[in-house]
Design a binder for this molecule. Structure first.
Ligand SMILES: [Mg+2]
Length: 252
């Protein structure tokens, strides 16, 4: 157990150190690692019908909430009501399934690196998370603008757009895809959307996709914040399952 925690921590540190290294092409080949602990997570994503059911459940809830907005908006101040509506979604493991990439890392005993992640994305093989394309196109048809807020570096724009377009996601254009620039916190990007739009809901596989309240917190504080936001789960915050990796790893 201790070992797997250590590997998770090392993998996270390696990932983020690559994120802030612009010339990743010049990095040396990473050392072989034991990432066996992720096997269960990858199998769950690829072979458990429960995973598929949970994903549909998340997007069905999102649709129900969107349909309720007609009624709910009547209670809002006029200035808010007049704003165009938006939904913020994360990309990886929220609308795009990268489990084949993580499966390959286990097989080849490689850590996640920005270089191999880029190659995977460039391949265009990432499929949509079940229910995501249908829901986001439904929202688009209802006049809601979709913003993709993702924590891959800004040079991933082209490959991200390619994956989104290939899978038929709406608003797959540069103005609506917000990648990391200065800060890995998604809060400034959320605020930017909120300047012009009324954000109906946020959808993500990591709590950091939803609110700044969860960022950089210990395990206990993350639990506390989830309790505080009790009424927002399934209403404003929609969580898509991801048992392969997450912010919980660094909390552990
Ligand atoms: Mg994600």
């Amino acid at each position: 157990m201790k070992n797997s925690i250590l590997f998770k921590t090392v993998a996270t540190v390696v990932f983020f150190s690559f994120l802030i290294t612009p010339n990743f092409a010049q990095q040396q080949e990473p050392p072989k690692i034991d990432n066996e602990y992720q096997v269960g997570g990858v199998i769950f994503h690829q072979k458990a019908a429960e995973y598929r059911a949970l994903a549909y459940q998340a997007f069905n809830l999102a649709k129900m909430r969107l349909d309720m907005d007609k009624k709910l908006r009547k209670k809002l101040p006029k200035s808010e009501r007049k704003k165009p509506r938006a939904i913020i979604v994360d990309a990886d493991e929220t609308v795009l399934d990268n489990s084949p990439y993580f499966g390959k890392l286990i097989k080849t005993r490689q850590p996640l690196t920005i270089r191999s992640l880029f190659e995977w994305k460039k391949s265009g093989k990432a499929k949509a998370v079940p229910g995501s394309v249908e829901f986001l196109n439904y929202a688009k048809k209802k006049g809601v603008e979709i913003f993709y807020v993702s924590n891959v570096p800004s040079n991933f724009m082209e490959v991200t757009l390619k994956s989104l377009k290939q899978n038929g996601f709406p608003d797959a254009k540069e103005s609506n895809v917000m990648l990391i620039t200065n800060s890995s916190s998604k809060e400034p990007r959320r605020q930017k959307v909120a300047e012009t739009h009324r954000i109906l809901m946020l959808i993500g596989d990591s709590l950091n996709d939803l609110s700044v309240a969860f960022e950089g917190k210990s395990i206990q504080d993350r639990f506390t914040e989830v309790e505080k936001a009790k009424n927002l789960w399934g209403t404003k915050f929609i969580v898509v399952p991801n048992v392969m990796y997450g912010a919980w790893e660094s909390a552990v």
